[in-house]
Design a protein around this ligand. Structure first.
Ligand code: SF4
Ligand code: SF4
Length: 104
C-alpha cells in the first residue's frame, strides 16, 4: 500500500480540531468511517486523531456549525515535499504496477 509509504502517521499534523462553542450538535461528524470521533455529553470529541485520513476534510465540509478546522493544507504539501513522501508514493505505485514509469 502506497499510503504514507511507511512514514509515521503520528508525525503528520493532520486531524480535526473541534470548537465546541460553535458546535450545534448536528452529529454529521460522526459519519466519519475511521472512528476518529466519539460522542460525549458535550458533543463530539476527537479520540483517534491519527486514524484521520491525511488530507481528508469531509467532516469539516459537512459540519453545520463550521466548528471543525484543519491545519493549513500547504503545511502538509511542504511536509510531503521535505520528507520525499510524494516521490516514495510514486515509486511504490510503480512497483505495484498501478502507475507506469513512463508517467514519471
Ligand atoms: S477528515 Fe475525514 S477521516 Fe478525518 S475525521 Fe474527518 S471525515 Fe474522518
Ligand atoms: S458536524 Fe460540526 S456542528 Fe455537527 S456535531 Fe460535529 S462538530 Fe458539531
Amino acid at each position: 500500500m502506497a499510503w504514507l509509504v511507511g512514514y509515521p502517521r503520528e508525525k503528520v499534523n493532520w486531524y480535526p480540531r473541534v470548537d465546541l462553542s460553535k458546535c450545534v450538535k448536528c452529529g454529521m461528524c460522526m459519519n466519519c468511517g475511521k472512528k476518529v470521533y466519539e460522542w460525549t455529553e458535550n458533543g463530539p470529541k476527537v479520540v483517534r486523531p491519527y486514524e484521520c485520513i491525511v488530507g481528508c476534510t469531509t467532516c469539516a465540509n459537512l459540519c453545520l456549525g463550521k466548528a471543525i478546522t484543519f491545519p493549513d493544507i500547504n503545511e502538509l504539501r511542504e511536509l510531503y515535499k521535505r520528507e520525499n513522501i510524494w516521490a516514495k508514493v510514486k515509486e511504490q505505485l510503480i512497483k505495484e504496477g498501478k502507475l507506469s514509469s513512463a508517467s514519471n
